[in-house]
Design a protein around this ligand. Structure first.
Ligand SMILES: NC(=O)c1ccc[n+]([C@@H]2O[C@H](COP(=O)([O-])OP(=O)(O)OC[C@H]3O[C@@H](n4cnc5c(N)ncnc54)[C@H](OP(=O)(O)O)[C@@H]3O)[C@@H](O)[C@H]2O)c1
Length: 224
């Protein structure tokens, strides 16, 4: 498996790269020209480009079996950021994928994507633009899985005790999940064809007693 990951310098993106390397994938980590590289990218081929540079993006995706999109507008005073990254940036990526014959994509989106009335929309209507990015992917004819996580957490210490809560679109409105688990679910979804054409909303919480079922098994059972 040759996997491309965009937004690979981000806190979810580098974990997707790291998890993919651990699963034996070859990974192209796609970052911006000025992105700071996290340590988690070591072992991946790093490619620096702007999403709007179509020849460079196509060249980066050519020969890849799949793409995980982990780009997302960083908080800033530029309220057009979410439009540019979460909608138009996703479209740039899907068009480049189509151009090079890359069929399989997983998008890291967000719980509540598509909602107009939500505090997160104070940042440039981000949830509206995220839904537009999702919709363009759904209409692209590509084999797409949309993963919508809840609030993202850096903590990884209680990962083994996390029980995954998985639902279809527009079922969950709050909750959180460690970024590491999101990265794992993205790859589990990639490896499970039953996830194609689905929106997966994911949050998690620690169990008090027994070891929970693995996220991979939870996903497989849910998709069956
Ligand atoms: N934060 C949350 O609680 C939360 C909850 C649900 C969903 N999400 C979504 O989950 C995804 C991952 O979130 P995260 O917090 O792990 O990400 P993050 O650390 O903020 O990383 C964002 C990534 O997107 C890249 N990016 C930003 N603007 C770009 C542009 N114009 N062109 C190309 N790349 C660009 C960044 O590159 P640079 O390193 O160069 O800036 C970085 O690699 C995002 O889509 C986010 O909106 C977040």
């Amino acid at each position: 498996m040759q996997l491309a990951v965009t937004g690979a310098s981000g806190k979810t993106g580098w974990r997707v790269v790291q998890e993919a390397l651990a699963r034996g994938y070859q990974v192209r980590a796609i970052v911006r020209p000025d992105s700071q590289l996290p340590e988690g990218l070591s072992g991946a081929e790093v490619l620096r480009l702007e999403l709007g540079d179509r020849p460079a993006l196509e060249s980066a995706l050519r020969g890849c079996d799949a793409l995980v999109i982990a780009t997302g507008a960083r908080p800033s005073i530029d309220l057009a950021g979410p439009l540019k990254v979460d909608a138009l940036g996703v479209r740039q990526q899907l068009q480049a994928a189509q151009a090079v014959g890359l069929q399989r994509l997983v998008l890291v989106s967000s719980l509540c994507a598509g909602r107009w009335w939500h505090p997160l929309n104070l940042f440039g209507l981000i949830l509206v633009w995220k839904r537009l990015g999702e919709a363009w992917l759904e209409q692209s004819g590509l084999a797409v899985t949309v993963v919508r996580p809840g609030g993202l957490k850096e903590a990884e210490d209680d990962l083994a005790s996390q029980r995954l809560r998985l639902s279809a679109a527009d079922q969950q409105v709050d909750g959180s999940i460690p970024r590491r688990l999101v990265a794992q679910v993205c790859l589990d979804a990639l490896e499970n064809p039953a996830s194609i054409g689905r929106i997966l909303e994911i949050t998690s919480s620690p169990t008090q007693g027994d070891q929970p079922e693995s996220a991979q098994a939870t996903l497989a059972a849910w998709l069956a």
